[in-house]
Write a protein that binds this ligand. Structure first.
Ligand SMILES: [Zn+2]
Length: 319
């Protein structure tokens, strides 16, 4: 901080000056008030300075957990400004003991996960607005058909714009799913503290760079702290994040963080293997490649033994 040494010099100079003032001048009221003012200013300055110093110590002294760091490393997606966290509200809410907004970037106040700019419009639209949306999308698909050199009016393509628009809305329906609806209270206090794994969850998602599918399998493991979640909920959480434009890395992370947040377990591990059609069908055309991503949180992150047990149980030996 370059300001600190500067501020010190300034206050030292002032001290010297006020000392000179004191030795030279008598007790005239104007001098006294000047000194008083200077003293106050100095006090104010020192106060802010020491505040800032303690603040620095706090920032430096506070060791950020790896968990926090990972949270901050989540991809920053375009967000609806209405979804920005309101910190002021959070403080008062905490003071009054009301349930506060989740600090996680994964799940929003109203249960939406990473809503984009258009998410709420889509979720809250009326029947007429929904029809308007379809009309717009049909027009766009028709344009695409023309652009690729097709005749959108030939028999086989007549309904394609409408079908494609509906299919695309289906494939991206995860945006408007509310986590609370997915979990639907299926949390059970069981006192069970052993690893739980759901393997081979089929994932069909769309790569956000090409809007072409990537298809694969996800394995989710967690170690509860007494509370377990209904087993079918894990694939549904995965599906919620897969039914939107994604990249595999973020999908893996979002599922792990969401489970961490919903369940507060000792740890979560998510690993995903998939084949990206944007790689298989175009570009490098490497049909046999698969991409593996993983995200481990809590005890899976801390203990290599736990992590290795998970990887060997899902058939991926990482040691
Ligand atoms: Zn792609």
């Amino acid at each position: 901080m370059p300001q600190l040494p500067g501020a010190e010099v300034a206050s030292a100079k002032k001290q010297k000056r006020s000392h000179e003032n004191a030795s030279v001048s008598g007790s005239s009221t104007s001098d006294e008030s000047t000194r008083e003012r200077k003293r106050k200013r100095k006090e104010k300055k020192n106060g802010t300075k020491s505040d800032r110093a303690s603040e620095l110590v706090n920032v430096n002294g506070h060791r950020r957990s790896a968990f926090e760091e990972r949270r901050n490393s989540l991809g920053k997606a375009a967000r609806d400004p209405r979804d920005e966290p309101s910190y002021k509200k959070r403080i008062t809410a905490a003071g009054q003991g009301i349930k506060v907004r989740s600090p996680s970037p994964v799940i929003d106040e109203d249960g939406l996960s990473r809503p984009g700019r258009g998410t709420r419009d889509r979720r809250e639209e009326t029947a007429e607005q929904a029809e308007e949306r379809l009309v717009k999308m049909r027009g766009a698909v028709r344009t695409i058909l023309e652009c690729v050199g097709e005749d959108p009016d030939r028999e086989g393509l007549l309904d394609t714009p409408s079908r494609y628009a509906k299919a695309l809305l289906f494939l991206t329906k995860g945006y408007q799913v509310n986590v609370a609806d997915v979990v639907n209270g299926a949390l059970f206090h069981e006192g069970h503290n052993e690893m739980v794994i759901v393997k081979d969850i089929e994932i069909h998602s769309l790569c956000e760079h090409h809007m072409v599918p990537f298809i694969g399998k996800m394995h989710i493991g967690y170690i509860p702290s007494d509370t377990v979640i209904g087993l079918s909920k894990l694939p549904r959480i995965a599906e919620m994040y897969a039914r939107r434009l994604q990249i595999q890395e973020r999908l893996t992370k979002e599922v792990a963080h969401a489970i961490m947040e919903i369940l507060k377990p000792q740890g979560v591990a998510v690993v995903m293997e998939s084949s990206h059609l944007c790689m298989v069908m175009r570009g490098v055309e490497k049909t046999a490649t698969s991409t593996i991503t993983s995200c481990v949180l809590g005890c899976f992150e801390r203990k290599s033994k736990t992590r290795n047990e998970f990887f060997s149980l899902v058939g991926l030996n990482k040691s």
